[in-house]
Design a protein around this ligand. Structure first.
Ligand SMILES: C[S@@+](CC[C@H](N)C(=O)[O-])C[C@H]1O[C@@H](n2cnc3c(N)ncnc32)[C@H](O)[C@@H]1O
Length: 211
């Protein structure tokens, strides 16, 4: 596979397929329609990954990418930090996009079809770092993700980072996490805004939970 560069966005040496990428367009023709917005690489992921580039996790940890979509964040974690990554999404048709994204970056991750609601404390807790970009976009997801974060902390996860453009459900989640989970199993909760200049200019919000 040797696509022209105009179909890629590159962050710290890792490539993301644009929706215009010929291989992505081919897949889209074969399996049209995605159930919950897994139809491109979303910009919040670039900001989250830029933050991780400046604040790297330990090498070769187990990591989970929630609502992985096309799997750019998963591929980034695997390639940059040699992480053993589980890419989770309810939409099973995204597995092939995740595989393409990994091929492009000569790395590998494990795709798991599943819902946030199904991930147990034990399973979540096996992952040192859990990330999620642009996954809190429906009102109902704020409560779902609050409960997931609580389970992950109970299970032993060390670091959780969620990135978002600042939609109302994300702020509802931030409020509940900050008021109810600060100190829970030693957790420290922070919210920050972060700007990215390249490969695209954008500003997003990060919810970070560390213990
Ligand atoms: C806006 S996309 C973001 C994709 C990717 N994180 C990115 O930044 O490019 C949201 C993703 O979350 C997935 N998703 C939504 N609700 C979910 C749930 N309850 N369990 C698992 N995945 C979910 C969708 O299928 C979709 O792929």
């Amino acid at each position: 596979m040797n696509p022209p560069d105009r179909h890629l966005l590159t962050l710290h040496g890792i490539h993301a397929m644009r929706a215009s990428h010929p291989a992505a367009r081919r897949l889209k023709r074969q399996q049209p329609g995605h159930s919950a917005h897994g139809n491109k690489v979303w910009l919040s992921s670039f900001v989250l990954l830029d933050y991780l580039h400046d604040n790297p996790p330990p090498t070769a940890i187990k990591a989970m990418d929630l609502g992985c979509g096309w799997g750019f964040s998963s591929a980034f974690l695997a390639k940059k930090f040699a992480a053993e990554v589980t890419a989770v999404d309810l939409d099973g048709s995204l597995q092939r996009y995740v595989e393409l994204q990994c091929q492009l970056n000569q790395t590998e991750v494990t795709f798991k079809r599943g819902r946030f609601q199904q991930l147990t404390a034990r399973e979540l807790g096996q992952h040192h770092t859990i990330i999620g970009a642009d996954i809190c976009f429906w009102d109902s997801l704020a409560e779902v993700l609050y409960k997931l974060i609580r389970r992950a902390l109970r299970g032993g996860t060390v670091q959780i980072i969620l990135a978002d453009p600042g939609r109302p459900p994300f702020w509802a989640l931030v409020e509940q996490v900050a008021s109810e989970l600060e100190g829970y199993h030693g957790a420290t909760v922070e919210v920050l805004s972060r700007r990215l200049q390249s490969p695209l200019k954008t500003e997003k919000y990060l919810l970070t939970i560390n213990r």
